[in-house]
Design a binder for this molecule. Structure first.
Ligand code: PLP
Length: 408
C-alpha cells in the first residue's frame, strides 16, 4: 500500500540532488557509502563558522560559551536520538571505525586475555573485523565468526553453540552494509547477556533507516557515523553504558580529557570528556545535531515505511531482469539492493550506470568475507535513502537494461 510519503518534498531539501551528471539528472543510489546533506545541515555549519567559531570548554568569552552550548546541545540531541540515559554516555568520534577501535582499545585490552573469545559475524564491515583481529593477535584471544545462510541471515543455532564462559564480547552489525539484512539484535543481545558477554552494535547502516533505542535493546555499546545520517563527514557517536565507560581507560591523552596534570600524576576528566582528547570537530558535531533535527522533523515513522515500500518496488523490478541475481534476500532488510549480473563484472555495471547519471557502489563494500561466502568477487549495490523515489529505481532498471544491451 502506498504510504503517501512526500519524497519529492524531502528531495528538494538536498541541493546536491538538483544537478545533472554526465548530462543526465543525478540518480544518487550510493547512500550506504555516504548520504547527501540537507540545506539545514549546510546552513548550520556555515552559521557556526560565520558567527560563532571558537574553542569549546575553554574560554569565558561569549563566543566560546555559545560554541560550547551548541556543541553540548548537539550531544543532547544525539542522546535523545538513541534514547540513552545520560549525555555522558554519548562520546563524539570521527565515525563508526573510530568508535569500534575505541572499544577494542579501551574495553578490549583490559578485559580480554589469552584464550578469551570475541564473536562477530560473517557479514561484518572490515571496521568490525580488523580491530578485533588486532586485539586477538595482541592478546592471544580467539575471533569466532557466526556463519550465515544463503539469504544472508545469521545461523542463530551456530551462534548459540559458540557462546561459552570464554566469550568476552559480541560485536555485530545491526544492518549489513553489503546485504541489507536487519539482524535479530534483541535476541543476539539477550543470548550474549545470558552468558555474561557485553554486546557492541555497529549501527552505521541502521540509524539512517530505523529508530534505535539503546535502552530498550539493552546493548552495551552502539556506534554509528554522522555522514551516513545526512550529517558531516568526520563525525560519529559511540554510545556506551556509563558503568562500562567509567571503568575504561582513555584511548588518547591530551587536552580536554584531563582534570589536572602534573608530571607525577594526571587525573582524567569525567565522562564523556575522558574520551575526547584535543580540540574536537566542533562544527561537525553541531552539523550532526542539525542532521538529527532534520531526520526527526521528517520522522522515522514517516520515511521508514516509505523506504520499505521502495525496497520492495526495487526488489521486484530488479528480480524481473533476466540474468540478474540479488545478493541478500532475507525478508528482514532495509535500504540495500546488492546484485550481480551473469558474465558482467560489477565494475562495468557501475561505469555504464555512471554514464547515465546513476551513482551506485561496486566492489566488495569493505566486506570481503561476505563476498567470499557468496563466492563472488564483488557486487553492484544500490542503497536507498528517504529522498529516493520510484523514478530513481525506474532509471536504475533502464540503466541496467542498457548495461545488458552493451554486453550482449
Ligand atoms: C560505513 C560503515 C562502517 C564504517 O564507517 P566509517 O564512517 O567509514 O567509519 C562500518 N560499518 C558499517 C556497517 C558501515 O556501513
Amino acid at each position: 500500500m502506498p504510504t503517501g510519503f512526500d519524497a519529492e518534498k524531502v528531495r528538494a531539501d538536498f541541493p546536491v540532488l538538483q544537478q545533472f551528471v554526465n548530462g543526465k539528472p543525478l540518480v544518487y543510489l550510493d547512500n550506504g557509502a555516504t548520504s547527501q546533506k540537507p540545506q539545514a545541515v549546510i546552513d548550520e555549519i556555515v552559521r557556526y563558522y560565520t558567527t560563532e567559531n571558537a574553542n569549546v570548554h575553554r574560554g569565558v568569552h561569549t563566543l566560546s560559551q555559545q560554541a560550547t552550548d551548541d556543541y553540548e546541545g548537539a550531544r543532547a540531541k544525539l542522546r535523545r536520538l538513541l534514547n540513552a540515559a545520560d549525555d555522558q554516555e554519548i562520546i563524539y568520534t570521527r565515525g563508526t571505525t573510530e568508535g569500534i577501535n575505541l572499544v577494542a582499545h579501551s574495553y578490549g585490552r583490559p578485559n580480554i586475555g589469552p584464550g578469551d573469545e570475541i564473536i562477530i559475524s560473517n557479514m561484518e564491515h572490515h571496521s568490525n573485523i580488523v580491530p578485533w583481529q588486532m586485539l586477538c593477535e595482541e592478546k592471544g584471544a580467539v575471533l569466532r565468526v557466526i556463519p550465515i545462510d544463503d539469504t544472508g541471515e545469521l545461523l542463530m543455532d551456530e551462534y548459540e553453540a559458540m557462546l561459552n564462559p570464554r566469550t568476552k564480547l559480541v560485536s555485530i552489525t545491526h544492518v549489513s552494509n553489503a546485504l541489507g539484512t536487519i539482524q535479530p539484535v534483541e535476541q543476539i543481545i539477550e543470548m550474549a547477556h545470558a552468558h555474561g558477554a557485553p554486546v557492541l552494535l555497529d549501527g552505521a547502516q541502521a540509524v539512517p533507516h530505523l529508530p534505535v533505542d539503546v535502552r530498550q535493546l539493552d546493548c552495551d555499546f552502539y556506534v554509528f557515523s554522522g555522514h551516513k545520517l545526512f550529517g558531516p563527514t568526520g563525525t560519529g557517536v559511540l554510545y556506551g553504558k556509563a558503568e562500562l565507560l567509567d571503568a575504561m581507560p582513555p584511548m588518547y591523552g591530551g587536552g580536554e580529557m584531563i582534570k589536572s596534570v602534573t608530571f607525577e600524576k594526571t587525573i582524567y576528566n569525567d565522562l564523556p570528556y575522558k574520551f575526547e582528547a584535543g580540540t574536537p570537530n566542533i562544527a561537525g558535531a553541531i552539523g550532526l545535531g542539525a542532521a538529527v533535527d532534520y531526520v526527526q522533523s521528517v520522522g522515522y515513522q514517516a520515511f521508514g515505511p516509505y523506504e520499505d515500500e521502495l525496497l520492495e518496488y526495487g526488489t521486484k523490478a530488479l528480480s524481473s531482469i533476466g540474468g540478474l541475481r540479488i545478493i541478500g534476500t532475507s525478508p528482514r532488510k532495509t535500504g540495500i539492493l546488492s546484485f550481480v549480473i551473469d558474465n558482467i563484472h560489477p565494475h562495468d555495471i557501475g561505469t555504464i550506470l555512471d554514464a547515465e547519471g546513476i551513482a551506485v557502489r561496486t566492489g566488495h563494500h569493505c566486506a570481503q568475507p561476505v563476498m567470499q561466502r557468496f563466492q563472488i568477487p564483488a557486487t553492484a549495490r544500490a542503497s536507498l535513502a528517504m529522498y529516493n523515489t520510484k523514478a530513481d529505481i525506474d532509471a536504475l532498471v533502464r540503466g541496467i537494461d542498457r548495461v545488458i544491451e552493451v554486453f550482449s
